[in-house]
Write a protein that binds this ligand. Structure first.
Ligand code: ARG
Length: 444
């Protein structure tokens, strides 16, 4: 029987070639070149298992493994280009393998389907990259911690974007450190959840060959295998979990971006971004814009979009594999690249920004940020808090009318509102002293 030259992995049952439009619509290699390394890694484990289980001789196994390694080396050096002339990364690798080592290459796909193959590849990639994102989050946390330690100065804290109470810049930054700590946990939990190998699940129903799934799982660094073949090829939860964690992480970076944008405006003047991480205007010579932060804020929408896109792709799919699932790759990859770039950008912006401590201190002194402490002082003199709150409210109106801060009032003026005030009020409501009292000490 005459064999056709292999350019596709599935030509046999077709009388005619694929239409060009169909081919263009179906092929996705040029957008998934990053999957070549994981694909070859998965194939090498599969070959080792084939040898172990007697599906290949040792010599055949060696020939195939060398062929695969050669392809990877040539792709990495640029000698071999990946283009949409091939349907996908699996086709590209297998066609080249057969071209290089001949008929023995045709044995690679024994006891495997592209369905378990592609999910294995993606899992390897998602696992490795999620671990990298965790490293970047840790780096960002270290930078926040350093910046915080260098800047214990006081600043206004806000609610409703109205000045509320005095805090420290150090403590403010550490709030983001706490958010990132949870992001790390979410990423780690996604990693723990994705630790099962799909390889060996076949198209959806395993294989009649006596293969060893546990062996390939171990070779690839997974802690186990799927209990169910159909689940193993249909599962894209792990990408969605990682992308959910990315989305929440981006939400945090976006909130920090918003603060950076506000703080570096003339209106706030709390920080100044390094020239290296800002841009200018083509018409207004004075402008220094915080584009880095604005882009992170904008790209957050994009990461949410990728997550929504993949959730929507998956929501109506019957088991097991459907071609819709090919769409997972670009969604995940776009989301990943955006998170990586945003984390790097944010880390640099934070590391290089300058804190304008005098402006922060000036802002603290306007807006009655010690009003709550005046009420606390009255509580200490035996006045119930609700009554104290009312008294201080009246004092604030008086201050507004006279354009004064509470600490600028004479004792006699304060006593008009409540006779229990004495000289002790002034140190009590001094902004630096406030932070030394009660559990506020934690903010220092
Ligand atoms: N290129 C495909 C993907 O990315 C690989 C799996 C193809 N499987 C199939 N049954 N057509 O999902």
């Amino acid at each position: 029987m005459e064999h056709k030259t292999v350019t596709k992995l599935w030509g046999g049952r077709f009388r005619q070639d694929e239409n060009e439009l169909m081919e263009q619509f179906n092929n996705n290699l040029s957008n998934t070149t990053w999957l070549c390394g994981p694909d070859i890694q998965g194939s090498l484990a599969h070959v080792a298992m084939q040898v172990k289980c007697g599906l290949l001789t040792v010599q055949e196994g060696e020939q195939i493994a060398q062929g695969l390694q050669g392809i990877l080396a040539d792709v990495q050096s640029g000698a071999l280009q990946m283009t949409n002339a091939y349907e996908d990364v699996h086709t590209f690798v297998e066609v080249h393998l057969i071209e290089r080592i001949g008929d023995v290459g045709k044995k690679l796909h024994t006891a495997r389907s592209r369905n378990d193959q592609v999910n294995t590849d993606m899992k390897l990639y998602v696992k490795q990259q999620t671990a990298y994102v965790i490293e970047l989050v840790e780096k960002m946390q270290r930078t926040l911690q350093e910046k915080a330690a260098q800047n214990p100065c006081i600043m206004p804290g806000y609610t409703h974007l109205q000045r509320a109470q005095v805090v420290t810049f150090k403590y403010y930054l550490m709030a983001y450190h706490g958010m990132l700590q949870r992001d790390k946990k979410r990423l780690q939990s996604a990693l723990d959840n994705m630790d099962l190998s799909p390889l060996g699940c076949g198209a959806l129903a395993g294989t009649t060959h006596q293969i060893d799934r546990a062996f390939t799982a171990e070779q690839l660094g997974f802690s186990g295998v799927y209990a169910n073949f159909i689940d193993g090829v249909s599962d894209r939860d792990y990408q969605l979990e990682a992308m959910s964690a990315f989305s929440i992480l981006m939400m945090h970076l976006s909130r920090l971006s918003e603060e950076i944008i506000l703080w570096s405006s003339q209106e706030f003047g709390f920080i100044s971004l390094d020239d290296n991480y800002t841009t200018g205007s083509s018409i207004m010579p004075q402008k220094k814009n915080s584009d880095g932060a604005e882009l992170i804020r904008g790209k957050t929408g994009r990461v949410y979009g990728d997550l929504m896109g993949l959730l929507t792709v998956m929501k109506g799919l019957p088991l097991a594999y459907n071609k819709d699932m090919q769409e997972d790759k670009e969604a995940f990859h776009d989301s990943l690249q955006t998170v990586i770039l945003s984390l790097c950008m944010m880390e640099r912006m934070i590391a290089t920004l300058t804190v304008k401590k005098e402006n922060m201190e000036k802002a603290v002194k306007k807006g009655f940020l010690n009003a709550t402490e005046v009420a606390d002082y009255l509580v200490g003199k035996g006045i119930p808090f609700r009554d104290a709150h009312g008294i201080v409210g009246q004092i604030v109106i008086y201050c507004e009318d006279h354009q004064k801060a509470i600490e600028e009032l004479q004792l006699s003026e304060l006593q008009q509102f409540c006779p229990v005030f004495d000289d002790g009020i002034y140190p009590y409501i001094d902004y630096h002293n406030i932070l030394k009292k009660g559990i506020k000490k934690e903010m220092l």
